[in-house]
Design a protein around this ligand. Structure first.
Ligand SMILES: [Zn+2]
Length: 500
């Protein structure tokens, strides 16, 4: 009996020390994070003076310098070989071709109106036409397309989703090029994505990574989409069979753009676990400002998207600088998220420590909130760190909510996916939103998303719960991983060379 009682005491003591530990973590978080300071980061980053932090703008570099200065202040150290907080992300800007026309019979098309270029090079003159309903790659041969303009409908027989057209388009272009065609002209008639939207999306200055996209960056072929809503042009060409078309196209202008990730680390305290890194990512770019408005607010301040996220990782830097957890922490304020997750993709391709030493990524991003009792976590149930995310949110009086809009596939639309796709368990921590309602759309990518419109009491709890969650995950005994059956589990097993 005595023995058992002793055991009981031990169990109670063990339970008690767990409780004390939990209390200490909460207290430590409260004592080390100054939430007024967290708020001040938002006021600075989302100020009008930074003009919406557009990637490639001079103002985003001021944001980068500010973030680096905070790292320095809080004890985050450089991790790049050069001893700098700045990781250069080489980008290039591509402008639409200045010239783009197509003319056949009574039909004429011009760029920015009813024609857009997917790839462009200098072409000018009249060429014979090869007309085919879809011009699938297997239909093309040098005998039928060499020296000709291929004209066909976009997409494929029986396929009505225009999003899928881009994939077919790439395959057709490859085959057209290989078989010596002069150009590929695809006719777009779908209403699922209105032509005007497509035009806005494709006929603008675009940013992309300067390397790594060799296939698309070649840009040595004429490939255009034209708008043929009633298939009139297609019918005309099919009826008269053989004809020529007049094409005029000019190359797209490319300029290199300098962009920067701001990167640093806090070394862990555990002799073994410190070789494992928890990556905290938040994009600090936003979408800039609009021109030509007469004295009206024209700056997209991006307070919610994503000054809040940057403030959260800076709060963690403040909490951890003098009180590091067992695992090491990597801080990544990344650029180019709004241009296609460019900064995080570059970081994943060029990590300052081996990618398989990064055992977890807690990204923080969000388009806004409509429920200040909640924290929305994309991928809440998808990793074995779930319990720590839940308890940390509860400990500051908030309620965790897993992906509230699964149809939007938000998990795969933020920087975390640059890491998740490589196998790193990577949820995204977001302010509380329950659905894409009016309250969200009032601020999402709007000039109204400024620092004066935020609820700082809520944000204080939000920041503290984030910092606490990171501490608990960084102190976990077992290494966090994907839950069984997750779509990225296999990628994780390969990355970390785990047994089946
Ligand atoms: Zn955004």
């Amino acid at each position: 009996m005595k023995k058992y009682r002793k055991f009981g005491v031990l169990i109670i003591l063990a339970g008690f020390s767990g409780f004390v530990q939990a209390q200490t973590d909460i207290e430590l978080t409260k004592q080390t994070v100054d939430t007024n300071e967290s708020a001040s980061h938002i006021w600075f980053l989302a100020s009008d003076e930074l003009k919406g932090r557009d990637t490639g703008s001079p103002e985003i570099d001021i944001a980068a310098a500010y973030i680096a200065a905070q790292y320095r202040k809080y004890g985050v150290v450089p991790v790049t070989g050069a001893g700098s907080y700045f990781q250069t992300v080489p980008l290039e800007a591509i402008t639409p071709p200045a010239k783009g026309t197509l003319q056949a019979g009574d039909f004429s098309f011009s760029i920015g109106e009813n024609l857009v270029a997917l790839q462009a090079t200098d072409i000018s003159g009249a060429y014979p036409v090869f007309i085919s309903e879809y011009a699938m790659p297997e239909e093309l041969s040098p005998e039928n397309v060499q020296g000709k303009i291929i004209i066909a409908k976009a997409g494929k027989s029986g396929e009505s989703n225009p999003r899928s057209f881009f994939g077919f388009s790439r395959e057709k272009r490859r085959a057209a090029k290989e078989n010596g065609a002069v150009a590929l002209v695809e006719l777009y008639s779908s209403t699922a994505i209105p032509w005007s939207m497509l035009l806005n999306f494709l006929n603008r200055k675009q940013l992309r990574l300067a390397e790594n996209e060799s296939e698309t960056s070649e840009d040595d072929f004429g490939h255009v989409w034209i708008y043929d809503p009633e298939n009139e042009f297609f019918t005309y060409l099919s009826d008269i069979k053989k004809t020529t078309a007049q094409i005029g196209l000019s190359s797209r202008e490319k300029t290199s753009v300098k962009a920067t990730n701001v990167v640093g680390m806090v070394a862990g305290t555990d002799p073994e676990l410190k070789d494992e890194y928890i990556l905290l990512s938040a994009h600090y770019d936003h979408i800039g400002y609009k021109t030509g408005t007469n004295g009206e607010d024209s700056i997209y301040n991006g307070a919610r998207d994503n000054a809040i996220g940057v403030a959260a990782i800076l709060s963690t830097a403040q909490g951890f600088g003098n009180n590091p957890p067992k695992r090491s922490i990597l801080f990544l304020a990344c650029t180019g998220e709004e241009k296609g997750l460019l900064g995080s993709r570059w970081f994943a391709d060029n990590p300052p420590v081996a990618l398989n030493k990064i055992v977890y990524n807690l990204n923080i991003d969000g388009g806004g909130y409509n429920d200040v009792t909640k924290v929305s976590i994309m991928g809440l149930h998808r990793t074995t760190a779930e319990k720590h995310l839940i308890s940390a949110v509860h400990d500051f009086g908030l309620e965790p909510l897993a992906d509230p809009a699964p149809e939007q596939n938000l998990f795969d639309r933020s920087d975390n996916v640059s890491f998740a796709a490589r196998g790193i368990p990577a949820p995204t921590f977001s302010t509380g939103f329950t659905s894409f309602d009016e309250e969200i759309m009032k601020y999402y990518h709007q000039v109204t998303d400024g620092p004066e419109s935020l609820d700082y009491d809520y944000l204080a709890s939000y920041f503290l719960s984030y910092v606490l969650a990171v501490r608990r995950i960084a102190n976990m005994e077992e290494t966090p991983f994907w839950t069984k059956g997750d779509k990225y589990e296999e990628a994780g097993r390969q990355l970390y060379k785990m047994d089946k």
